[in-house]
Write a protein that binds this ligand. Sequence first.
Ligand SMILES: [Zn+2]
Length: 446
Amino acid sequence: MSHESILIKDGILVTMNERGEVIKNGSILIEEGKISNIGKKGEAEKKADVVIEAKGKIVLPGLINAHNHVCQFLARGRAYDIPFPVWDSEYMFKIYGFARPEDYYAIASLCGLEMLKTGTTCVVDNVFTRGVGEADKIAEAFEDLDLRACIACGFMDRAVPEYIILDKDSGLKECKRVYRQWNGKNDKIRVWFAPPGFGMCTEDNLKESFRLAGELKTKVQTHVSATFSAAMNPLWEHGKREVEYLSDLGILSPDTVAVHCVWVNDKDIQLIKRTGTKVVHNPASNMYLAFGVAPVLQMIREGITVSLGVDGLGSNTSDMFEIMRAAAYLHKLHNFDSTAIDAKKVLEMATIDGARTLGLEHEIGSIEVGKKADLIAIDIQRPNLTPLRDAYSMIVYCAKGDDVSDVIIDGEIVMRDGAFLNLDESKIIDKAKERIESFWLDKGSR
Ligand SMILES: [Zn+2]
């Protein structure tokens, strides 16, 4: 891909670098897809192919959504205000069991569009395959949108309806195929292994997925102790809580991403810490589905990397500004302490800590010379962002995804002044509407 040089001129740069620098009237030069210079207005500048005037804008690293299930959004507007087991079995299971590849492409395009519009430049999407090419369609959609992504590919091989189950050998073969086909594509798509979690996969699935990920030098993502029963069920079969069970299996490691960790005790937290396992917190989904409150502040105090995720339809949105706000409000309330977590830490969770979770902290997650140019700009000439005093609090407490004006991924401008350069937004929305309606109509006959 030919990279034009880009100069972003005279903005407020929230760098998220080690020193936490915020540069007023700052400029960024992007060459060959990477940040080549940063400085005060006038310092970083040289003639560039494209100049983006950023006066009146905050420029920050693109947001990282470290856990999503785009396919669940096929049930948007259908599955709501119902008990979690019904939400899961009547809607999510039907999607995992019956959605066709073209449904996956349409919904991944729609959610990807929502993510881009609201400032997400990188997502980890967790798909549970039946081996009909679901993961390929998600990867294809993200590739067409120019979104950076990890496809966390897994399969369910126990305790779910027959129409979802894929046996261990076929499942592992399919995940390996997806890895070979997509990992490293355009340097923007990666593939991880993703056994769903103790309740819905066999021990062999867990162990083999982890072993294969190690062999292929990629990562493993799995759901850990999201609910009380998920945390406790291994006690019946193995005499251990879930985290201890996973640790004894050898599944926890610096290349393991544990999603949720709501029902974890002090011992579990020490195991997560000792093994270098990364954690993804999904505050909106945990609240909406009434899972509970993850001990995120304790995990952060222990030095565990905790990033933020959407977690599919449980959040009802793919807007990471809403997720950041949910994280801040949840932990302030839960601790009866309005100082429990600050805006800068929350923004770190959605940027540099997200990059650490993905093992990409040397490439993305902050505005630093040599890093890939994954950047967004927020237009602050808005009533909800006036007056601007502290950029962190403005981003986390006052901004909305709708305030994002510009999106750059890998040094390519995807959205400029609120308009996509290469995407037909209406076409993607109309196509998704059509596919969603047709999916639920067809599903009724099954
Ligand atoms: Zn999930």
